[in-house]
Design a protein around this ligand. Structure first.
Ligand code: APR
Length: 249
């Protein structure tokens, strides 16, 4: 069944004036980074109410930093997988306008994607909760926890915790991309966290085709998506890239 849908998707991508990808944690699972809500997801191990809200971070930054430090070591070892690489290649060939990602792992940029809209910010930098000074994550020793600024303020990763606003620029840019694309690839997201999960609805309302790439159906599948390419993101995206390359004009 997937073979025909891969061909159908490649054809739709070639015909669309503008294609946008929305990615979630599922695209990075094959790079060794667990997703959040899957069977071995991060929220199986850490209660998001205790580790992922801005209130939790402010009330016990040392505790949250123990989880962040564990995640950080996985991020350091991670490399782009064929799904990230395929999106970068599709952009390079003019078949993809941008990637809107919910991920903070920087793997799209590492794969060579140029237009990446980081909807939930990025793990690349830390920000001081007092003076706002930024530090490159790589250069900050995580001993003792929590890491502190030279002004003694606690440092926080520059990504969005639950209860924090989406970076205004990224939010506007992502809505703009979703509102005027003709096709949106929704890759590796459970589509349960707003406002990211509103983007496929915005695209649909603007007349775009919505095509999911996921191991399983999501709440978009039967209501919003035109079809789902079921399987692992790296295999599906590699096959899709091959199909687009094979028949490019
Ligand atoms: N290939 C394709 N899809 C996959 C793969 C894979 N190898 N592995 C997992 N998936 C799918 C799962 O089926 C699921 O639908 O990826 C999705 C991951 O969903 P979540 O874990 O909920 O991750 P995500 O949708 O990115 O979460 C959104 O929630 O916790 C917050 O801020 C966090 O950005 C995150 C947001």
């Amino acid at each position: 069944m997937n073979e025909n849908l891969i061909k159908k998707t490649a054809q739709a991508m070639r015909q669309a004036k503008k294609v946008v990808a929305l990615t979630g944690a599922g695209i990075s699972v094959e790079s060794g980074i667990p997703d959040f809500r899957g069977p071995s997801g991060l929220w199986e191990k850490f209660d998001p109410m205790e580790y992922a809200t801005i209130e939790a971070f402010c009330s016990n930054p040392r505790k949250v930093w123990t989880m962040l430090k564990e995640m950080g070591s996985l991020l350091e070892k991670s490399k782009p997988n064929p799904a990230h690489l395929a999106l970068a290649k599709l952009e390079q060939m003019g078949y993809l306008s941008s990637v809107v990602t919910q991920n903070i792992d920087n793997l799209h940029q590492a794969a060579g994607s140029k237009r990446v809209i980081e909807f939930h910010g990025s793990g690349k930098r830390l920000i001081c909760m007092i003076c706002g000074r930024m530090y490159e994550s790589q250069g900050v020793k995580l001993e003792p926890l929590p890491p502190r600024c030279s002004c003694t303020g606690v440092l926080k990763p520059n990504f969005v915790f639950f209860g924090e606003p989406i970076p205004w620029g990224a939010h506007m840019e992502a809505r703009e991309e979703a509102g005027n694309c003709e096709l949106m690839l929704v890759i590796g997201t459970s589509a349960v966290v707003s406002p990211a999960c509103d983007l496929p609805v915005i695209a649909k309302k603007a007349g775009a085709q919505i095509i999911e790439v996921n191991l399983e159906e999501t709440q978009l599948t039967r209501n919003i998506s035109n079809w789902i390419l079921k399987g692992s993101a790296s295999r599906i995206m590699q096959n899709l890239l091959d199909e687009v390359l094979e028949n490019k004009e």
